[in-house]
Design a protein around this ligand. Sequence first.
Ligand code: SAM
Length: 235
Amino acid sequence: MNTDKLSARLATVASYVSEGLRIADIGSDHAYLPCHLVKKGVVPFAIAGEVAEGPYQSARKQVRLEGLSEQIIVRKGDGLEVVQPGEVDCITIAGMGGALIANILEAGKDKLKNVKKLVLQPNVGASAIREWLIENNWKLTAENILKEDGKIYEVLVAEIGNPEEPYGNRHELEILFGPYLLKEKNEAFKEKWGLEKQNWERILNQLEKADLNEATQSKKTEVIEKIKMAEEVLS
Ligand code: SAM
């Protein structure tokens, strides 16, 4: 992968960034995504944010190497603290767990006031993001799921709007599997949830051997519910 040819995962994230938007890429690591989008002329300006020193230095080096220091500012900081209110129109956060992405959005809410679009790529736990979007009046406008190098990734896109609009009357199911992904059920989707189901069945098997107390009983109920939902979705 380089900034001319992104991985399929990052290329999918990039494909949802609309032309002309100023972006902040949080957890940018090598700043491949902002470098690519600026080089291709998709975005005029980007902030690459990084909390860790090593990746922060890698991003600085990459931006310098590409001669993009005029258009890309690399800042070190936790989540959205690297962004000033009104500075960008779109936030991208890729390659982290869904719970961490939701925490970053929650902690930086005040920075989202003028933001028009969120493009989020959780490696796991996308449901935490769907829940956060609903609670915070962001409408999920697109979803994608893809497999690359043996791993399956989801991409979630949100814009300001009616957060309930993409959802029907099966809220719990749609939050877990994704309202758009559920309609399409592509190969990556089926593979991901087939594997998750196997994993839940293994957990259930272990729980059945464990002492039955309140905690194990409640976990068991939760796992059985998930297995049922996966069976329904995959049938
Ligand atoms: N976004 C790139 C991608 O998708 O290829 C890099 C993903 S890398 C696995 C995750 C990066 O997020 C790491 O470089 C890590 O330092 C950074 N990170 C984790 N938590 C962060 C936070 N709260 N704020 C900023 N960066 C964070």
